[in-house]
Ligand binder design. Sequence first.
Ligand code: SF4
Length: 293
Amino acid sequence: MIRYQGTLYRPPSEAHSLILQATLGCSYNECTFCGMYRDRRFRVRPLAELEVEIEWLRTQVGEPVRKVFLADGDALVAKASFLRALLVRLRAAFPDLRRVSCYASPQSLQVRSVEEMRELKELGLTLYYLGIESGHDAVLTRLLKGVDAAEMIRVARKAGEAGVALSTMILLGAGGRELSLAHARESARVVNAIRPRFLSTLLMTPVEGTPLFEEARRGEYTPLDDLQATRELRELVAGLELEGTIFRSNHASNALPLEGTLPRDKPRLLAELDDVLGRPEPSAFVPRWLRGL
Ligand code: SF4
């Protein structure tokens, strides 16, 4: 059987995927806002252990397995030979498998060569989730993301060159109140340069136990309220020049659930945002208590 270790995190769109913990934790684990893996040291799990789990799943899951998500934080950083062997086992066990995905930190994208990514893609690893968080250099520095905007673009394009789809995230509020609109504009610039298949926004919320939480407590970081976050989102959407990117702000943390394909739906998305921003007291926001905030 499978015993997941620690709290398991996965993107919302992997809700129906089979999840395999190929690695534990995040090899980087420095981002100031992230509390996901602070309780564990990074390690790659032995292939033999994973083979036992795959075999158990093969015999226990009663329906065809089409999607697998490789947890934890940045499974892509594991050696290409390990990932290759794992993908071969998954394909053998689940003949209906259509897609394997994982989180990819900028650091893991630095480590993997385009050739390795291409080869892994041929074996089924066709989608990476990349937290861009911000395209503003000062914000990225403050978040301790470990790369600046130019390096974020460079490593993300490696995935594109390998033919791997990217699902990217921007953190609304990452620049606090002072840098809100500049963060939105710079983030749009970086997203435009990367041209991801998917783009989503999350509202940055200080999580207890993280450096960001301490910054907020000391008054050095002030989260955005829903109206400010909506203004920032409008600035981001206005700056996007994309070709066939699916945009979503429907993560639980967002005040306003939006969805569309860019560029086709850009006028509608801006109109919806303007409508909310034009009301004296916006009532379109999902209540904070319903968002777990
Ligand atoms: S790279 Fe991702 S998982 Fe790792 S600390 Fe940063 S946000 Fe968290």
